[in-house]
Design a protein around this ligand. Structure first.
Ligand code: 57R
Ligand code: CO
Length: 424
């Protein structure tokens, strides 16, 4: 549970005040302070100018400084490393695997530096979001604060770098795929449980990480259960691990928790029809789903793959249905090339291809790209199977749901939890 914090800390300007930047001349009186301490009319001796240490560029509040400025050598921090277990433990010291990794780092297509840059943007933006999001704020203002931070820090540049997908701000019994649409006047409440799920991409490498905020302690245990279940998933994931088995470990951890709500003890259930997922360049769902309930999916995790390990816990049925107005969309990777009779649909598709390609987006991003009165054309593209719509996914009213999510890399020598931070 987050305790109310004192008002906003004064933004610390970057760089320090003496704009002219030249070192202060310190003129020291010769002998002025000699032993007898008497002020002597000593000869004016020019003291050697000591280089004033360059003030380290720091992130501002709200975050505005592009990370290439904070990491001038272009090298971004490695995530949390885990050695592979059992018959993949040889990989840690394998010369061949270490060679493969060196090669990977030299290949602009494979280098881990892009996802690490996206991860550092995510950490710095969420640090500010976690201390700033408070009941009374409008959902649109929360979304734009996060998106402006991402665009500034990733130094947004069309499809080269930018926001990875719509900022998810699903509340209470809704677990995923809610983002405010234009005109949404919803305000965050004291008793709300908020899932903040936002993405950052660099050259199509999408960093997908999420956390849950609550502002009163009632559901602290639910958040603890889901954080532990996600950490189990992160720990047990690995090369050659079967997705169905991994789901079993996640379920075991989740179901070992219960929440007491107004004197009633409720079991924490993993949500059976939500999942984590593999991630491909410019494709948020890479085709492999990591479900949250044990199953016999024999599909294995493979070397070089990126996975979003995310778990959802609920005090309700542990099952979601599509509910409410759609905000989330994405052009299908293998969209059929059907002739579009509606000219407005043709030009809307052009705008989608130009601004998003196959990256997910929401209606606010469409309007930011200059589109208006697009709904008819958009629904036409959905009905033609060219664009997939993703309605909000909700358990029963009265249920409470929580989410935590990390992106992991299955590198040849070891697993890297690239989105790990000192917060979660
Ligand atoms: O990660 C249009 C998006 N994703 C944003 C994220 O799990 C995703 O439905 C997709 O914007 C589109 C799910 N699993 C079934 C396949 C069993 C959801 C929940 C988590 C989420 C948001 C997700 C899901 N499916 N794809 C990524
Ligand atoms: Co995800």
């Amino acid at each position: 549970m987050i305790a109310p914090v004192p008002t906003e800390k004064k933004p610390d300007e970057v760089p320090p005040a003496n704009a002219d930047g030249d070192e202060e001349e310190e003129i020291e009186e010769e002998g002025a302070h000699d032993a007898q301490g008497a002020g002597g009319e000593g000869k004016k001796k020019k003291k050697k100018k000591k280089p004033k240490k360059k003030s380290k560029l720091e992130q501002t509040e709200p975050p505005t400084v592009g990370l290439t400025k904070l990491f001038p050598d272009g090298k971004f921090p490695e995530g949390e490393l885990h050695e592979y277990k059992d018959d993949n433990s040889y990989r840690t010291t394998s010369e061949e695997k270490r060679y493969d990794e060196r090669m990977a780092m030299e290949d602009p297509e494979i280098t881990y530096n892009n996802i690490r840059r996206a991860a550092e943007v995510h950490r710095q933006v969420r640090k500010y979001a976690r201390k700033t999001i408070r009941p009374g704020m409008r959902m649109i203002d929360i979304a734009e604060m996060i998106e402006n931070g991402v665009r500034n820090l990733v130094e947004e540049d069309g499809l080269e770098s930018g926001v990875g997908f719509p900022t998810g701000l699903s509340l209470n019994h809704c677990a995923a795929h809610y983002s405010p649409n234009p005109g949404d006047t919803l305000v965050l409440g004291e008793k709300d449980v908020l899932k903040v799920d936002f993405g950052v991409h660099v050259k199509g490498r999408i960093l997908d990480s999420a956390f849950t905020l609550n502002f009163d302690p009632t559901y602290d245990k639910l958040l603890e259960a889901v954080k532990a279940a996600t950490d189990t998933g992160v720990r047990e994931a690995g090369i050659d691990v079967r997705l169905g088995e991994l789901a079993g470990y996640i379920q075991e951890t989740m179901e070992s928790y219960e929440v007491e709500v107004n004197g009633k003890v409720l079991p924490v259930k993993p949500i059976e029809n939500l999942s984590g997922h593999s991630i491909n360049p410019y494709q948020i769902h890479g085709g492999k789903s990591v479900l949250l309930v044990k199953n016999d999916d024999p599909t294995k995790m493979e070397e070089g793959e990126y996975f979003a390990i995310e778990t959802f816990g609920s005090t309700g049925r542990g099952k979601v249905i599509e509910q409410g107005e759609v905000s989330h969309y994405a052009r299908k990777v293998d969209a059929p090339h059907v002739p579009l009779r509606l000219t407005s649909a043709k030009s809307l598709l052009k705008s989608i291809n130009k601004n998003f390609g196959t990256l997910p987006w929401c209606r606010r991003y469409l309007e930011r790209a200059g589109e208006s009165k697009y709904l008819l054309a958009l629904n036409h593209l959905v009905s033609q199977g060219i664009v997939q719509d993703y309605p909000p996914l909700c358990d029963v009213r009265g249920a409470m749901t929580a989410q935590f999510e990390h992106t992991i890399l299955l590198r040849p020598t070891r697993k890297e939890v690239v989105s790990r931070g000192d917060d979660y």
